[in-house]
Design a protein around this ligand. Structure first.
Ligand SMILES: Cc1ncc(COP(=O)(O)O)c(C=O)c1O
Length: 441
């Protein structure tokens, strides 16, 4: 995967050493094609959906084209809307808002990122509490009550002993509870495990629920097709697929989205307000485009997905999984290294710890001494980390006590090395060598 990034990005060095970025699951650098496309876009940048001038027309057309590129890339049904959000967190909050108007419960997997879980707790909890909220003078008490009430509406389904979803258990949940919406990540941000999205979707639809998939760790690494996989709503973040300009998206059915007032309303997303104060609404995706949009964010996503399509997702998938496998095999040989994902679930991320060493200290050393960027911590999936590290209830009690005192030093943590098309064999070798040296001390 040569030459996809500008040299100043690919050759970035720390203290004379070429920097190896193995934190791609957190965020990614822009592709060369994205940087160039954004620069061109800015040349003719003008008001989107607002003006009659040439720049406004050009800007609006390119902005709208981005929606089509996204729809095409994710294999969306013809009648889909693309709603721009700041990121996946923003997208999930938009969906949680809409679904809070429907009756029924929410099902969220135990491996979801907090951004696919907490928006549901908050919206469902706030809805249940309603006007009672004003009776709370203490913000902490209100938060506790919202969490309690939200938790009653948001059910969790977990993994079996093999670390996979049990379809029979999922079916049981759907059969016995009135589930309105079912949420699942297409790839775990910590282990890379990719559940069978299609099979789960068949069950979700059999019981009449809507199916939301968090695609933000998936669409840049593996081919996706919403129609074939039976996905109703797909959410992703541009910064994770080489378009770090503040864009994210939700793709979902027009029929559903036309039923709701937009998540945000004000300027731009309604065609007319009558003298009587009645506002008329667009029956298209513009209704969900409040204010002057982050056009560069939207356009950059179109540029990135166009480039990824040109490379070919099958080719990307093969390249990245082979590279990750190579690193995995190398790390596996090192005494003291504990890999926290079984090989059969390996995608593009490797979670690991070095026995007897703090995860954050190892990550710091990898950066400071070896110019290798990884991440260490809980990755917004506390439940997954607790399971992987087999944290006991006693240990958790101590962690809670420490954190409440403001001391986070006893927090458990995992190191994550995450690969992308920006990496090569030399990067993997540098990681293996550095971990070998750290582990041997
Ligand atoms: C699986 C998953 N979902 C959601 C998010 C949240 O994404 P963002 O920070 O772009 O909102 C992340 C970010 O790491 C993630 O890995």
């Amino acid at each position: 995967m040569n030459n996809l990034f500008n040299n100043r990005i690919a050759d970035f060095a720390v203290k004379g050493k070429r920097y190896v970025n193995l934190d791609n699951a957190a965020t990614t650098s822009p592709l060369k094609a994205v940087e160039k496309g954004v620069e061109d876009y800015l040349t003719t940048y003008g008001s989107v959906h607002r003006g009659s001038g040439e720049k406004s027309k050009i800007s609006t057309n390119i902005y709208e084209e981005s929606r089509e590129i996204i729809k095409d890339f994710v294999g969306a049904p013809k009648d889909s809307y693309v709603i721009f959000s700041g990121n996946t967190t923003g997208g999930m909050n938009i969906l949680a808002h809409f679904f809070s108007f429907l009756k029924g419960k929410v099902a969220v997997s135990s491996i979801e990122h907090s951004s696919s879980w907490l928006p549901w707790i908050k919206t469902e909890g706030e809805k249940a509490l309603g006007a009672e909220q004003v009776n709370y003078t203490n913000v902490g008490d209100l938060a506790d009550e919202v969490q309690k009430l939200g938790g009653e509406q948001v059910l969790t389904y977990g993994l079996d002993k093999n670390g996979e979803f049990d379809l029979a258990k999922i079916e049981q949940l759907l059969k016995t509870e009135d589930i309105k919406v079912f949420i699942l990540t297409a790839s775990s941000n910590l282990t890379g495990y990719c559940p069978d999205i299609k099979k789960v979707g068949e069950l979700v639809h059999k019981y009449g629920a809507f199916y939301i998939v968090d695609g933000c760790q998936f669409i840049q690494h593996h081919p996706i097709n919403m129609v074939e996989m039976g996905i109703d709503f797909l959410v992703a973040s541009g910064h994770k697929f080489y378009a770090p300009y503040g864009g994210g998206f939700v793709v979902g059915p027009k029929e559903f989205l036309d039923k709701f007032l937009p998540y945000q309303i004000g300027g731009g997303n309604l065609p007319y307000i009558t003298s009587g104060g009645r506002f008329l609404r667009y029956k298209n995706q513009l209704a969900h485009d409040p204010g002057t949009p982050n056009a560069v964010g939207a356009v950059s996503m179109g540029l990135a997905l166009k480039e990824l399509k040109k490379i070919g997702l099958e080719k990307v998938e093969k390249y990245e999984t082979e590279l990750t496998k190579f690193a995995y095999q190398g790390l596996k040989e090192i005494k003291g290294v504990k890999l926290l994902v079984p090989e059969k679930h390996l995608s593009t991320v490797i979670p690991f710890v070095i026995e007897g060493k703090s995860a954050t200290a190892v990550a710091d050393e990898l950066n400071n001494k070896y110019a290798i960027g990884v991440r260490a911590g809980n990755f917004c999936v506390y439940h997954v980390v607790r399971d992987l590290l087999k944290i006991t209830p006693e240990q958790e009690k101590q962690i809670i006590a420490d954190v409440e005192k403001g001391d986070v030093s006893s927090m458990p943590g995992v190191i994550r090395a995450s690969f992308s098309i920006c990496n090569n064999r030399e990067d993997a070798e540098r990681l293996i060598d550095a971990v070998q040296q750290i582990a041997s001390k």
